[in-house]
Structure formats: C-alpha cells, structure tokens
Design a protein around this ligand. Structure first.
Ligand code: UDP
Length: 246
C-alpha cells in the first residue's frame, strides 16, 4: 500500500505562489502546495489566475522528472506528486539566489543593456540575483554572492553555472519539440546536508518566458504582467503540451 503523507499544520512558509508544510514523521521531506495567487513587480501587482496552482504543479513536476531522468549532473527536490496541487519534496537548505538563463533578450535585460527586444543571443546569457525582497532582488556577481555568504566558494558558483546551462539545454530542446520557444527562465537551488546541489521551487509559466513557436503568442506570466488577458488559457495550453506529450 502506498504511504500517506500528512501535512503538519500550520504551514511553515506562505510565499507569493506556494505554501510549504512539514510532513508528519518525515523530517527530511516537505509538502509544497501551489496557489492560484499571482504577483508581479516584487509584489506591487497582485491577482489570481484560475487553476494556476493545478497547472503549475503538473507542469513543474513533469519538467522536474524530465530533468531527473536527463543525463545531467544535478537532481531536483521532486519526490512524488500527492495531489493535483501538492507535491512531496526533499527538504534542503535554500540558496538565496535567483538564477536566470536567457536565450532571447526581453524583460529586464533590455532595460539594463542595449539589446533589442526579441534578439536571439549567440550563447545563453547567465545571471544571478540576490533573493531578498527587501533589497528588490538585485543582480549580483559571483564575488558579491560569496562575500554575502550566499555561496560558499567559486566552485559552488561554477557548479550552479554548469547546472543552469545543462538545464537550459534540456528544457530548450524539449520545449522546441512541443512548439514552444524557451525565451528565458529563473531557477533556484538548494544544497543537501552532504553539500550536493539540488534544483528547488518550480519551473512553470510563472518562472519562464514561453512563446508559441508559430505565432510568438506569450504563454506565460507576462500575460498577467502586461495585462494581455487569457492568462488561464495560456497556462492550460502549456500544461496540455508539456504533460500530454512528455
Ligand atoms: N523571473 C522570476 N521571478 C522573478 C524575476 C524573474 O521567475 O522574481 C523570471 C521571469 O519570469 C523570466 C526570467 O526570470 O522568465 C527573467 O526575468 P527578467 O529579469 O527579465 O525580469 P522581469 O522583466 O520579469 O522584471
């Protein structure tokens, strides 16, 4: 018989899109619950997208399982989907960085540097941001991240860089096979007690820019950020393509 994993109430963390719970009798595990809430501009804009928690749970779990089965040097925190909106994950120490990989220039990089919106990069662009709402998640470099105590050393930075590039290659090829351009994405990492890097949080239309390959229609959170409408339809479309054709 399959084991029942019981949430310990109340939650230990209530974030913008996810809630985290400890698991009864399993100190090494957590349950992540995906919400329909959506925010943009560091919480300045707030709303909901109907069934987003369902779509993101399914999409993220499909993509994390794909990464876990891929020939790359990093695992994810995924353990088991336990309901439509809840997933059992490994408990690890989160690294306070948002790691961004870009294949096409858009969003903040076009405000910071003279790239044309929609311009394809010759090589993927890699950035790290210090994950701290009070500081507005600023861009940092490897030396600053180490000085801040977020990263242990240059080797850890290098491991994150290599893992992010490998993840980009796997996801870009997969999305291409389902008629979607992976424009850019943000991922987060944690480390196990043994010091191994693990991908945490989620990979979903909340954290990626995804454009339909034929029409270039935006199929991600930019629909909410830019008031484009049909947010739920876009998330549903990504869910259908990712989870039905995995
Ligand atoms: N992103 C994210 N969370 C953040 C900031 C960015 O998931 O707090 C994702 C975003 O969806 C996009 C990528 O990271 O896929 C790059 O975002 P960018 O730096 O262009 O920021 P934005 O234009 O959204 O301010």
């Amino acid at each position: 018989m399959s084991e029942v994993y019981e949430k310990v109430l109340p939650h230990i963390y209530d974030g913008k899109a996810n809630r985290l719970y400890e698991v009864k009798d399993h100190p090494d595990l957590l349950i992540i619950e995906r919400k329909d809430d959506v925010t943009a501009g560091n919480g300045a804009k707030h709303g909901t997208i109907q069934d987003k928690g369902f779509y993101n749970n399914k999409i993220s779990n499909c993509l994390f399982q794909m990464l876990d089965n891929a020939d790359i040097n990093v695992a994810t925190h995924f353990v088991q989907e336990i309901s439509d909106r809840e997933t059992l994950i490994q408990k690890v120490e989160p690294i306070k960085l948002e790691v961004v990989v870009r294949n096409i220039a858009t969003g903040s990089i076009c405000k910071r540097l003279p790239f044309a919106d929609g311009e394809e990069f010759k090589n993927p662009v890699f950035e790290i941001y210090y994950k701290d709402d009070a500081w507005g998640d600023p861009l940092v470099n490897d030396v600053e991240a180490i000085e801040l105590g977020v990263l242990h050393n240059v080797d850890e930075y290098e491991d994150i860089f290599v893992a992010a590039c490998e993840i980009n290659a796997v996801l870009k090829e997969f999305f291409q096979s389902i008629g979607i351009i992976l424009v850019d994405f943000k991922i987060e990492f944690g480390r196990t007690a043994q010091g191994c890097l693990v991908v945490i949080d989620e990979i979903s239309p909340d954290t990626c820019r995804l454009w339909d390959a034929e029409t270039r229609k935006k199929l991600d959170k930019d629909r909410f950020r830019q008031d484009l409408g049909d947010e739920a339809g876009a998330y549903r479309e990504v869910y259908r393509r990712v989870c039905e054709q995995k």
